[in-house]
Design a protein around this ligand. Structure first.
Ligand code: HEC
Length: 159
């Protein structure tokens, strides 16, 4: 289980680095004028949820089973919380469904993600556990508002 989580964490990190590199690398042949360069979303909403937000949020929910005991473990968790927090910023870019309730819902994720990143940096397991409900609430609030068909079928796990 641990190695699967590590793998997913590494895959998500690779994806995120990919996003950063992609955004910074000019086209090989003819570089566009700087004023034409715009951020360009790579992941679909579904991919962002499944490949970054879902596994990193699980990492927080799983702290209740036992916080990391090694420096390496904490570093991994810290990286996952950073991805989770920054993914909220990705939800607020061109992918945002509107500039109203969507932004407010995404900010719930940003706030809890930011707090989780700080707690992981402080290696504070209890503080992370205490954020579980807040994180769960952030997911559910937006899903109730924007995820098609949410709540009309049985839910699998904490989403
Ligand atoms: C600001 C809005 C928002 C927040 C916050 C949010 N989601 Fe989502 N989520 C969506 C939307 C919209 C979809 C539907 C995407 C689609 O099907 O195109 C979705 C879909 C999903 C899916 C299903 C994707 C699929 O294609 O099967 C998962 C899993 C998921 N979210 C997990 C989470 C988790 C876990 C959290 C909290 C840590 C979270 N989401 C927070 C908006 C949000």
């Amino acid at each position: 289980m641990r190695s699967v989580e590590t793998f997913i964490g590494a895959a998500a990190l690779t994806l995120l680095f990919g996003l950063v590199l992609f955004a910074q690398t000019p086209a090989a042949s003819q570089a566009p004028a700087a004023s034409d360069v715009k951020p360009r979303p790579v992941a679909s909403m579904s991919e962002l949820m499944v490949q970054i937000i879902y596994p990193t949020s699980d990492a927080l929910f799983y702290v209740v089973r036992g916080a990391p005991t090694t420096e390496k473990g904490w570093n991994e968790l810290q990286a996952q919380m950073l991805m989770l927090a920054e993914s909220a910023n990705l939800l607020m870019d061109q992918r945002a469904e509107d500039k109203g309730k969507w932004m407010v819902d995404a900010k719930l994720l940003l706030d809890v993600g930011r707090a989780a990143f700080r707690a992981a940096k402080a290696k504070d397991g209890p503080a992370m556990e205490a954020l579980s409900d807040q994180l769960y609430n952030a997911c559910v609030t937006c899903h109730e508002d924007y995820r098609q068909g949410y709540g009309t079928r049985p839910r699998a796990g904490k989403q």
